[in-house]
Design a binder for this molecule. Structure first.
Ligand SMILES: [Zn+2]
Length: 434
């Protein structure tokens, strides 16, 4: 029996899916306008681990896991304008980087990855429905959700009205009937990405896409909705309001699961604070599995202070585990590890239990956490010298400059065979271990 802490209930609850043959989980995914930082990687790793546990307990095909890609957003538009390219150039580049970075951390791709720009029809239909039910109104090219029309608004974040208005951190636009009202649709001026709608050419507000995609792909009520703590308000509160009001009061999710932040010293890691550490940089000197173990070393609901010592500890732990696993193939998963994970995904307890295991049981139990995927021989060989990688990247750049693309491709392929992945970006070529 899995137990999960449900943010809405404010307690751990037994996880009883509505249909154990088709368990539905949705996690808010990346807005693709820049490289992910290690704080963005935490929910990807946490919910990947939860997905592995659910598949272990309920069956490999029991789960439909969806994680969206926000590919229309003001930050994307700004990044595209800054580079003088179409927004799709930005979104395709950074979605690819995101998938590569998460893949390096052992995160399996979700079953569904709906993209906002591909789901405008369901979003427009959802807005029309909310206008019909009296929960939304059009004003000056915008459509707004009327917060006072939903008496249950605020249940998830338990905020009072003043805190909600202050927390929304938006200037009160003249077209809003109430300062807490939020945007479902906004106008796009000429030259800015937009779609025709009954309210004029425009684009969706951010909160709308998740409600529309969940209904379209998973159903009106899903089992688990996940994301970082920072999404509880306003994003998830707004998702709940939109979905519940459009669906005759049906709840959006039966369990709300939120992960804590990755901290840098006393601060939350965030792009706006400029204190980010990216998997891209970390993967130059550490393997993805080390970073994954570091991310799982604290309970997912707790803050995780990110330090060099944490990474070094994770590497030492993995060295020890690989030594004790030896050449063994995976056997049965240890019950102690399962008990720990089933108790609200208690990964620190599961990791301490792993340290007491060896051989086939250790390997199977670690793989449930997405660890010990390599052979022990490969793991220890991975420490080998790679100081000539930069020299070979320079050689390849020289070959490309001389339009000797065959030679350039050969260097790329040779490095790939050694587990070194090259990435060409606007700032030149970087590399990481596979
Ligand atoms: Zn969302």
């Amino acid at each position: 029996m899995i137990r999960l802490h449900d943010t809405l209930a404010r307690e751990k609850r037994e996880f009883v899916p509505a249909d154990p043959k088709r368990i539905t989980m949705y996690v808010c995914g990346p807005t693709v306008y820049g490289r992910a930082h290690i704080g963005n990687a935490r929910p990807a790793v946490v919910f990947d681990t939860l997905a592995r546990l659910i598949r272990h307990d309920f069956g490999e095909d029991s789960l439909v896991y969806a994680r969206n890609v926000t590919d229309v957003d003001d930050k994307i538009i700004a990044a595209a304008e800054a580079e003088g390219v179409d927004p799709s150039v930005i979104t395709e580049r950074y979605e690819r980087f995101y998938l590569e970075d998460m893949g390096a951390l052992g995160v399996r791709p979700p079953d569904l990855a709906p993209h906002a720009t591909q789901e405008i029809g369901p979003m427009v239909a959802l807005i029309a429905r909310l206008i019909e039910t009296g929960n939304a109104y059009a004003a000056e090219g915008h459509v707004l959700f009327s917060v006072p029309s939903d008496p249950d608004y605020g249940d998830l974040s338990k905020r009072d009205r003043d805190a909600m208005i202050a927390g929304a951190r938006v200037e009160v636009a003249p077209y809003k009937r109430d300062p807490a009202d939020f945007v479902l649709w906004k106008p796009s001026p000429q030259g800015v990405i937009g779609w025709d709608s009954p309210w004029g050419r425009g684009r969706p507000g951010w909160h709308l896409e998740c409600s529309a995609m969940i209904a379209a792909h998973l159903g009106e009520t899903i089992d688990i909705h996940g994301g970082g703590l920072d999404l509880i308000f306003p994003h998830h509160e707004n998702e709940i309001a939109q979905s519940r009001c459009a669906h005759g009061g049906a709840p959006l999710a039966r369990y709300w699961v939120h992960n804590g932040f990755v901290d840098m010293g006393a601060e939350k890691m965030s792009k706006s604070l400029g204190n980010i550490v990216t998997p891209e940089d970390l993967l130059k000197s550490h393997r993805g599995e080390t970073l994954r173990l570091a991310l799982l070393s604290a309970h997912y609901r707790q803050p995780l202070p990110w330090t060099e010592a944490l990474i070094a500890q994770a590497k030492a732990t993995l060295d020890g585990l690989y030594r004790k696993a030896g050449d063994a193939d995976p056997g049965e998963v240890d019950e102690g590890v399962l008990d720990a994970l089933r108790d609200d995904l208690n990964t620190p307890l599961a990791l301490s239990r792993l340290a007491q295991l060896e051989g086939a049981t250790l390997r199977a139990s670690a793989q449930l956490l997405g660890l010990l995927g390599s052979t022990s021989a490969d793991w220890f060989q991975g420490d080998g010298d790679s100081s000539d990688v930069d020299a070979r990247i320079a050689e390849r750049a020289e070959a490309k400059k001389n339009r000797d693309f065959a030679a350039a491709d050969l260097i790329r392929d040779e490095l790939k065979a050694e587990g070194i992945i090259l990435e060409d970006g606007p700032g030149g070529t970087t590399w990481r271990r596979e």
